[in-house]
Design a protein around this ligand. Structure first.
Ligand SMILES: Cc1cc2nc3c(=O)[nH]c(=O)nc-3n(C[C@H](O)[C@H](O)[C@H](O)COP(=O)(O)OP(=O)(O)OC[C@H]3O[C@@H](n4cnc5c(N)ncnc54)[C@H](O)[C@@H]3O)c2cc1C
Length: 396
């Protein structure tokens, strides 16, 4: 049997693996095979809330998010497919203890090109008339924020990559990364075959850990179960924007026809989970907590009712930021550990992975490859916001 060969093998057909394939094809590298054990978007991607905002204290992440907006906004032209992006706008509100951090963060965001502005209670009342805004001390607004459909986006990246020549192999598990000395030479597959290659992109979400551990490389990821609750507001709300409520530590966005999606922003306690076996429903206590938070934040709703729930898995690193990095094996790039915020930056992740494969470093001065290096954990030099929010430091 003729050996299968590719210039690049991507392990994992989630958002980040498919984004990497797309970005590589745009650099002219088209001899790519994506190996996906199930189907495209079947991992964390399929559960994503898809919130799009650039509000990050870490400048490189703000830069990645703002660069990515152009792809979401022009998906039909850039990817040749709709990604379900709704430009609703994005508002973030904080309590008095976080006003200085918000202003400092917004200033840094503007420095890397984010279009964001301060708005006041009167402005937010117009956007969210049913909300109690009393506990908030400051807000920031992004007109270009909103949400997209992560599943559709992964399919769009994969489709664009395939049209450019990339191959997608679904329903086949990568069982190992082959090496010779400290160089990558191929990928072993569950059916006993292998693909010979000099470049592997490991984008298998929380499942990346074992494939690296086999080579003595530690990837510190904790899979964490994250619960989502859907609420029928019981009334027509009109076009409300995404609301990041950093007082009650929740986010709210419209979902489909008239429903609201409530997500959790309190990651102070993780719920470690097996990403292959976890409950796909919110617990009673989480639903109760959501009911309480909805009542506090949206007291103007006349007759809200729980419309459903589900759960997904975050792949959380010690600093809640991803690893997008060359690894100790030559020819290997890791893109994993997106810690629950990998949707909004996915187009830029693809570009950074393509940079690392082709040049070994980032082509964007605002997005230093160093920030996302794997070795930062061993060095104790974590990627943290210089303007952390009290009580809600993670992810922002
Ligand atoms: C509930 C929830 C809400 C979220 N909300 C947001 C949000 O609002 N905004 C935001 O920016 N981000 C959000 N995220 C995060 C974002 O969706 C993820 O960061 C992103 O989808 C991760 O993509 P991925 O490609 O790294 O991982 P995955 O989607 O998990 O893809 C990894 C793929 O690898 C495959 N795989 C695993 N092992 C192997 C193997 N050995 N061989 C072959 N294939 C393999 C899996 O089947 C899977 O398809 C959310 C995530 C969740 C779970």
């Amino acid at each position: 049997m003729t050996a299968d060969v590719a210039d690049v093998v991507i392990i994992g057909g989630g958002l980040e693996g498919c984004a990497a394939a797309w970005a590589l094809t745009r650099r002219g590298i088209t001899d790519i095979t994506i190996v996906e054990r199930d189907t495209v978007g079947s991992g964390g991607t399929g559960k994503s809330s898809g919130v799009v905002r650039c509000h990050y204290g870490v400048s490189s992440l703000a830069a990645m998010a703002t660069r990515s907006l152009e792809t979401f906004e022009n998906a039909e032209d850039v990817l040749g497919a709709d990604v379900g992006f709704h430009r609703t706008g994005y508002v973030v509100g904080v309590g008095p203890e976080n006003v200085d951090a918000l202003h400092a963060s917004v200033a840094d965001q503007r420095a890397v090109g984010v279009r964001t502005e301060d708005i006041d209670h009167t402005d937010v009342r117009k956007l969210w008339p049913v909300a109690d805004l009393e506990p908030f001390a400051a807000f920031a607004w992004e007109e270009r924020g909103g949400y997209g459909d992560a599943y559709q986006t992964a399919q769009a990246f994969a489709g664009a990559a395939r049209r450019a020549g990339a191959r997608l192999r679904q329903g086949i598990t990568a069982t190992g990364i082959r090496t010779s000395g400290d160089r990558v030479t191929g990928v072993d597959l569950a059916d006993g075959t292998a693909i010979a290659t000099g470049h592997v992109v490991l984008a298998a979400g929380p499942w990346s850990v074992g494939l690296l551990a086999a080579h003595g490389i530690e990837l510190p990821i904790t899979p964490h179960r994250e619960q989502i609750v859907l609420v029928d507001p019981g009334q027509e709300l009109g076009p409300v924007p995404v609301f990041s409520d950093l007082v009650s530590l929740q986010y709210i966005r419209p979902e489909g026809a008239g429903t609201l999606l409530f997500g959790n922003s309190d990651l102070s306690v993780l719920e470690p989970a097996d990403p292959d076996r976890y409950s796909n429903q919110a617990s009673t206590s989480f639903v109760d907590l959501t009911v309480e938070k909805v009542g506090d934040r949206l007291p103007g709703l006349a007759d809200p009712a729980i419309a459903g729930s589900y759960a997904g898995c975050y792949d959380v690193t010690p600093d809640f930021n991803p690893v997008i990095s060359r690894a100790p094996l030559a020819g290997l790039v890791v893109a994993a550990g997106f810690s629950g915020h990998g949707y909004k930056i996915s187009p830029a992740v693809g570009r950074l992975v393509a940079d690392l494969v082709t040049d070994g470093t980032s082509s964007d001065a605002d997005i230093p490859a160093r920030d996302f290096r794997l070795s930062r954990f061993a060095e104790g030099d974590l990627l943290r916001s210089p303007h952390p929010y009290v009580g809600a430091g993670q992810m922002r």
